[in-house]
Design a protein around this ligand. Structure first.
Ligand code: DOR
Ligand code: ZN
Length: 433
């Protein structure tokens, strides 16, 4: 048994933000109550039970974070990351559940690769789930056997990294997803409108003499898929939203009754296209960082609940890959170890969200999308003892990573919010005191 004593318990499900004690038994939260620690200790003493006490005074105690969008690169690109190092980076960032994307080599369009990822994931201290591909070989031509892949444990479906061009195929995938009751996640950028990916088409791309990727490329696919979701009834996730018009489109689709959720990355709510001028390839990702006005619309979307989920799009690449010229370098940055701190610093301390709202977007809503909310994404009796315990006031300077890669534009920045413990299934899987 474990007692987490005197922490600021934050539960997005009940809206609780108060000093409480938490009792953990057999990997489950048995009880949460103010002043519960003394009677629990006395009872345990009477029964001769072993009990450890973790002093959480001054710390926030929240449900373990859930990231619906990570790239662990395993199999195929393990020089960038593997499932073990990815899981360690996740635990260091306060995450206890992650959903891996399926753009591995081979991709997760077959049962063997799916089972490999899941069995490697079980060897880590956290819950590593994975999406499988929507189309065979991520070619956008033929649907995978979604029913078979779901039966073997696929949490959802995506061709993340490769936008789907064929609307009829997307509609067919949505109909199948409705039948199977699984979410679909979409990377929304129409390649026919893109000159160079990873850099917004606008003032900065013009200054650099690069064609860039316009917001219109994102907006047209977001509009298409929101309307297809409305017509099919599918539950869809608009991945890494970056354009203000796409935020408005999701808002409209929700008003119309579509089952659309949207995720935003910490870099898209923190930075804009000008970061490319200072950080070069470390500010190149798909979809790109956009204008200051787009970022303001993202912040509004977060405040008003249009954007439900914060997901990192943790995309490790090697130093060599990121040192190539801007138009040739890979897109994407790592994010697991800085996500919570960027949220605390740029959303909570900046006054856009309360701590409860931040945790809702980093635990409860992701759990709802992936049907995990029976026991995950909230903190109360009966929930899994998956927890993050962090100091919201302490600051740290971003420097070293548990990830195999270090492609982050946030290196050297001082952020608020330090993860002290990550607990998964009642066991401490990360500690930093
Ligand atoms: O920037 C990105 N990198 N966006 C994606 O959608 C894929 C990711 C990757 O796999 O590197
Ligand atoms: Zn993507």
């Amino acid at each position: 048994m474990l007692i987490i004593k005197g922490g600021r318990v934050i539960d997005p499900k009940s809206g609780t933000d108060a000093v409480m004690d938490v009792l953990v038994k057999d990997g489950t939260i048995a009880e949460v109550s103010a002043g519960g620690a003394e009677p629990w200790l006395a009872e345990a003493g009477n029964r001769g039970e072993e009990i450890s006490v973790l002093d959480a005074s001054g710390l926030a105690v929240a449900p373990g974070l859930i990231d619906v969008h990570v790239h662990f690169r395993d199999p195929g690109f393990t020089y960038k990351e593997d499932i073990q190092t990815g899981a360690r980076a996740a635990a260091a960032g306060g995450f206890t559940t992650v959903i891996c994307m399926a753009n591995t080599k081979p991709p997760v369009d077959n049962v063997e690769t799916l089972e490999y990822v899941l069995s490697e994931g079980k060897k880590t201290g956290i819950h590593v789930l994975t999406a499988a591909n929507i189309t065979v070989g991520m070619k956008g031509e033929q649907l995978t056997d979604m029913e078979l892949l779901k039966a073997h444990g696929a949490a959802g479906f995506t061709d993340d990294g490769m936008p789907l061009k064929n609307a009829a195929l997307v509609k067919q995938a949505m109909e199948e997803a409705v039948r199977l009751n699984v979410p679909l996640s979409f990377h929304e950028e129409d390649p026919s409108l893109i000159a160079n990916n990873g850099i917004n088409q606008g003032a900065v791309s013009a200054q650099l003499g690069i064609g860039g990727s316009p917001a219109a490329a994102e907006d047209v696919l977001v509009a298409r898929d929101c309307m297809l979701a409305l017509h099919t009834g599918a539950v869809i996730d608009i991945q890494h939203i970056s354009s203000g018009n796409s935020v408005r489109m999701v808002e409209l689709a929700k008003q119309m009754g579509a089952h659309v959720m949207a995720e935003v990355t910490p870099h898209h709510f923190t930075l804009d296209e000008t970061a490319v001028l200072t950080h070069g390839s470390l500010a190149k990702m798909n979809p790109p960082l956009r204008t200051a006005a787009d970022r303001q619309e993202i912040l509004r979307g977060l405040r008003e609940g249009v954007i439900d989920i914060i997901a990192t799009d943790h995309a490790p690449h090697s130093a060599e890959e990121k040192s190539r010229p801007l138009t040739q370098t890979h897109s994407g940055i790592i994010g697991l170890e800085t996500a919570l701190s960027l949220g605390v610093t740029h959303l909570v301390r900046a006054g856009h969200l309360s701590m409860v709202q931040l945790l809702e977007k980093m635990s409860l809503n992701p759990a709802i999308l992936y049907h995990l909310e029976g026991t995950k994404g909230w903190l109360g009796a009966g929930a899994d003892a998956d927890l993050v315990i962090f100091d919201p006031e302490a600051s740290w300077t971003v420097e070293h990573f548990q990830s195999k890669s270090s492609n982050s534009p946030f290196i050297g920045e001082t952020l608020h919010g330090v993860v002290r413990y990550t607990i998964c299934g009642g066991k401490i899987v990360w500690e930093n005191r």
